[in-house]
Design a protein around this ligand. Structure first.
Ligand code: ACO
Length: 311
């Protein structure tokens, strides 16, 4: 016997209408949203680090200003997303504890190092490009606060992707050494950016239910395909080679065939054993501790303001 509340929920989903914080929703729907949105928020926050690494060393004042704005956008995305997760009844403190204790997941991609300036280009082009592919459909996610947050996030991601492409284009028009640097960065980021979309569909335990609930609109493999299709013509314009000798377009299926992704590496990164996992978490922990006085001061200020209002 299904309750009236559940019937209404099912109807809203079937009719492409949105679920809002005040609405009844199944516990499992709430749980899966808290899981995905908080992981997404953590990714944005941890994602500030690989690029933050280059702010002090950007090759010109203009590049530095652009990079700073970009990293700041990522902080903003993280904050929207934490707020969206909070509408589901979880607190910022709980989420922060989970991140800092190492219990929470965040995107695998941010556990790779950024040894050269060309990495700023490759991250913008590949990582933000993948993020756009994944997030544009999330603008239609059935949960209102998540979908609405994604609209603005995607606009900013498009700018991020363009700035990365432009960094690579400048390098590719430069000296032999600069071209090599750009190609090397693409070689290192290409495969991890494909893995970002998540495990293959037959190993993705959450996809089927998330698609039924219209949180996800496409499967991991579908989005990965779409991404490769987007990259191929852009790589040609850049003059970079995608490091996959097996990559080809299959006329029969109308799809790209790609080489084997190293899933062992992906799952190792998820287990905390990627090249930079420990460093990223340690940095976040220190930043959190160093920021304690700001949080205390803000709370004290808010307390005094509310006393003033009462008086
Ligand atoms: N990095 C880390 N963990 C991942 C990744 C990844 N790239 N891909 C999948 N996983 C995890 C899932 O979180 C899930 O773990 P959990 O069940 O313990 O939570 C597990 O692997 C199995 O994967 P799926 O069943 O496919 O999980 P899901 O349906 O949630 O799909 C996906 C994963 C596509 C990442 C989805 O959660 C999503 O679209 N999230 C929003 C986008 C996002 O988080 N982007 C972050 C990077 S973009 C950026 O910040 C610039």
């Amino acid at each position: 016997e299904i309750s009236d509340e559940e019937r209404l929920f099912d109807e809203l989903i079937a009719n492409e209408q949105r679920i809002e914080p005040r609405d009844w929703m199944p516990d499992a729907y709430r749980k899966t949203l808290v899981r995905q949105i908080s992981q997404h928020a953590h990714s944005e926050i941890i994602g500030m680090q690989p690029e933050g690494n280059w702010i002090t060393r950007a090759p010109s004042l203009k590049r530095k200003a652009i990079l700073m704005a970009k990293v700041q956008d990522e902080a903003g995305h993280g904050l929207y997303l934490y707020s969206a997760a909070q509408t589901l009844g979880t607190t910022r403190d709980e989420m922060m504890d989970q991140l800092i204790s190492g219990k929470a997941k965040y995107s695998s991609i941010f556990n790779y190092p950024t040894p050269t300036w060309a990495d700023m280009g490759a991250i913008g082009w590949l990582v933000d490009g993948a993020a756009i592919c994944n997030q544009v459909p999330l603008c239609r996610a059935s949960y209102g606060p998540y979908g609405r947050a994604m609209v603005r996030v995607c606009k900013e991601e498009s700018f991020h992707q363009r700035q990365g492409f432009e960094i690579l284009l400048s390098l590719m028009r430069g000296t032999d050494e600069q071209r090599e640097m750009a190609q090397d960065a693409v070689n290192r980021w290409y495969w991890p950016s494909l893995a970002m979309f998540g495990p293959p569909d037959d190993q993705s335990p959450n996809s089927a239910q998330s698609m039924k609930w219209k949180i996800k609109r496409f499967t991991n493999d579908e989005l990965r395909q779409r991404f490769v299709g987007m990259l191929v013509p852009q790589a040609e314009i850049l003059g970079v080679t995608l490091p996959d000798p097996e990559l080809r377009f299959d006329d029969e299926t109308g799809q790209y065939v790609i080489g084997e992704i190293d899933w062992d590496e992906f799952f190792e990164v998820l287990r905390g054993n990627g090249p930079c996992n420990a460093e990223r978490l340690e940095r976040r922990r220190t930043a959190h501790e160093d920021g304690a006085w700001v949080r205390e001061a803000a709370a004290e200020y808010a307390r005094k303001q509310s006393l003033k209002k009462k008086a």
